[in-house]
Write a protein that binds this ligand. Sequence first.
Ligand code: SAH
Length: 355
Amino acid sequence: MSLEDDLKARIRQTGPLTVAEYMNECLLHPLHGYYMTRDPLGASGDFTTAPEISQMFGELLGLSLAQSWLDQGRPTPFTLAELGPGRGTLIADVMRATRGVPGFHDAARILLLEASPTLRRTQSATLQQYEPDWINQIEDLPEQPLFLIANEFFDALPIRQFVRSGAGWCEKQIGVLEDVLAFGLGAEALQPALEPRLADTRDGDLVEICDAALPYCLTVAARIAQHGGAALIVDYGDWHSLGDTLQALRGHASAEVLSAPGTADLTAHVDFESLAHKAAAAGATFTRLTPQGIFLERLGITDRARSLAAGLQGDALEDLIAAHRRLTHPEEMGQLFKVLGLYPDGTSPPPGLEA
Ligand code: SAH
């Protein structure tokens, strides 16, 4: 049975699915889920990410975290964690770049949170020499200082969508129409969680909420507030989201959200304001939301590119120039992708970000 047939049967039995339920099944269904069955990254996959574009990305994030670790008095031991580590490329670049930071490697215990068995195997192979461990739920982060990276993790978490109707909201749902999966709207209802959005929306506007982000924000922020550390959260999105940002990607091209469920990546833009406020509620301080291009420039990506370029020529040099542009240029990833830092009250923000 395909996931599509499975979902149709379920909808016929128990009624329409929320967008979050649909995303969850498409991405994480144990047999058919998109992340459960494949390695989606790279040229042969469906999308690529900053660490897969260039080693410079992970190196600079690693140096920012390591400087925070130094600034906070080299807490030992500490957790070095990544949420959704993909192929493990980012952490490998972090570790290579921080080899020269005295004591950092000895004090770090690497912990990875990864839902996909396929990607866990890849991570295990890439990171073998650093002896990483995996956790199954965020609450398992140890009670010790935490330095954490999440790149393109929060966009993969399921969102719910609501369409404004007077003082109430109709939830967007997925049902079956003439044997085909189709979007529809649920009954109008008041939504206390969306109360603040009544001020900046009008009838017919669509807003998204990501309940699934809450436990990640709360636990990460709580560890940082209580034990020290810092988090760098990188993703596409903005301070305040409005409108339908749910998208499907297959083979590097956009696809229909409801066609062939489980075979395309499904993501939504990240509402950084809500992440920041959840983190603040758990006691951490947050930085200004900063475009990725500006963040990487402040950390010296152009100098790093120049020094790498010195040893290259021909195609390899062209590739490096293209990667630098792709990561930083406002028309590429530089402006769409943003960085939010979390850190303890009374310490300085991670380098590259401002209070
Ligand atoms: N950070 C990596 C990969 C980003 S793709 C990079 O920048 O290249 C998203 C990653 O998050 C994948 O590793 C995916 O398997 C993982 N992931 C998605 N949803 C998850 C969930 N609910 N729990 C744990 N991991 C998840």
